[in-house]
Write a protein that binds this ligand. Structure first.
Ligand code: PMP
Length: 408
């Protein structure tokens, strides 16, 4: 049983009442994006109906309302992450843009020829490609922490990679493809003792576990709003204030400047320095509402309940002949990736869709880690707190039926 009123929670998400192929929708594609509670949908409408204005610049009532709402959301995010101050929170488009921002500011300034950047084998392409681009430009080198057969990071191998040339370690807290929860606390402490900074990709973490950037001592922490029940097009970079103050801007334009002449420009301090142009004001406000919603349930209760869902799904899938689970680490959140012998992953995805069950089948933008396990794609049910064991039973029934009529 859920440690909260699961029926009330499900009623908060109007899309869960949708019917797909004549069946009630089962949303198991939460790692790709999450559904939105009515409170977030209402908050967006309220903003456009009562508060809409550009922020900061104009001195009128609606500009004040919009600015209050936007800065209120920044405060909410700061509290949510355990940041020391809202000035450490930069709004961007999503985790992808967040990592690109750090690569183009911290990376451009502090990473040079022969310097080393460490990522893990688990990373999403968003936490690989920007570093490759930077490394190519600067002549820096990328080192990769391998994982064991369960999909967990090998800390001893990581220790061997760290050296005086390491400038940055950029790792995910939760793998989107396997669900592995990585030991970020240890990773950060080890990096710091080697004099390196750390970026934590929290895109898959913030909706499943309590995060405190100060307790972690993360230098940068990034996530996307749409994966934590908020809108698309809004995301966050947390950066330690003392570090942000040392960074050059990335994009130039309005809002990020203190003074402009044709000869030179003076920049605003963080976070404005990194928010050039008109930002995604309404969706930042919507993200604030999403965080308020999650906090009302409580991350601790969510983690507990989702752990039970994952155990239930793992147990059920494991017992089906032909199913191979990919990612069996002890510490996991919310993802049950698998392949089924005799079937392409898209065939499994299609059969599930016929029954109204939405899962992702494919490479999940994390090709290196799937290849580590000798596969190009998996079927990936991923859970959120509004899912139930009854829904998992529906998934298991489809996979069982396919398994029983296997060709190979
Ligand atoms: N990192 C991880 C671990 C992710 O799961 C994702 C989204 N799948 C991203 C980064 C990129 O997020 P976005 O596409 O929202 O920018």
């Amino acid at each position: 049983a859920a440690p909260f009123d699961i029926h009330a929670v499900r009623r908060d998400f109007p899309i869960l009442a949708e019917r797909v192929n004549g069946k009630q929708l089962v949303w198991f594609d939460n790692a790709a994006t999450t559904q939105k509670p009515q409170s977030v949908i209402d908050r967006l409408s309220y903003f456009y109906a009562h508060e809409n204005s550009n922020i900061h610049r104009a001195a009128h009532e609606l500009a004040a309302r919009a600015t209050d709402a936007y800065e209120g959301a920044r405060n909410t995010v700061a509290r949510f992450l355990g940041a020391a101050s809202p000035e450490e929170i930069i709004f961007v488009r999503g985790a992808t843009e967040a990592i690109n921002l750090v690569a183009n500011t911290f990376g451009k300034k502090f990473i040079g020829a022969g310097d080393e950047i460490i990522v893990s084998q688990l990373e999403h392409h968003a936490n690989i490609v920007p570093w490759q681009q930077l490394a190519a430009e600067k002549g820096a080198v990328i080192r990769v922490i391998p994982v064991d057969d369960s999909g967990q990071i090998l800390l001893d191998e990581y220790r061997k990679l760290l050296n005086s040339k390491t400038r940055l370690v950029s790792v995910t807290q939760v793998s989107n493809a396997l669900g592995t929860i990585t030991p970020v606390q240890e990773i950060i402490a080890l990096a710091h003792s080697a004099g390196a900074r750390v970026l934590v990709d929290g895109a898959q973490a913030v909706s499943h576990l309590r995060v405190n950037v100060q307790a972690l001592d993360a230098d940068f922490y990034v996530f996307s709003g749409h994966k934590v029940f908020g809108p698309t097009g809004i995301g966050v970079v947390y950066g330690k204030k003392a570090l942000l103050e040392q960074l050059p801007p990335w994009q130039g334009g309005g809002n990020m400047i203190a003074d402009v002449t044709f000869e030179r420009t003076q920049y605003q301090p963080a976070p404005a320095r990194f928010e050039a142009g008109t930002g995604n004001i309404a969706d930042a406000v919507g993200l604030g509402a999403a965080i308020d919603y999650v906090e009302r349930i409580g991350l601790e209760k969510i983690a507990l309940y989702e752990h039970a869902l994952l155990e239930y799904a793992t147990h059920g899938l494991k017992s089906i002949p032909g199913v191979r689970l990919i990612g069996t680490a002890h510490a996991k959140a919310s993802v049950a990736s698998f392949v089924l012998a005799g079937y392409k992953t898209e065939e499994v995805g299609h059969a599930l869709n016929q029954e109204g069950i939405a899962v992702r089948s494919g490479h999940h933008c994390a090709q290196p880690i799937l290849r580590r396990f000798g596969v190009e794609a998996t079927v990936r049910p991923s859970f959120a707190f509004y899912n139930t064991c009854d829904e998992i039973d529906r998934l298991i029934a489809v996979v069982k039926r396919l398994s029983a009529t296997r060709r190979s």
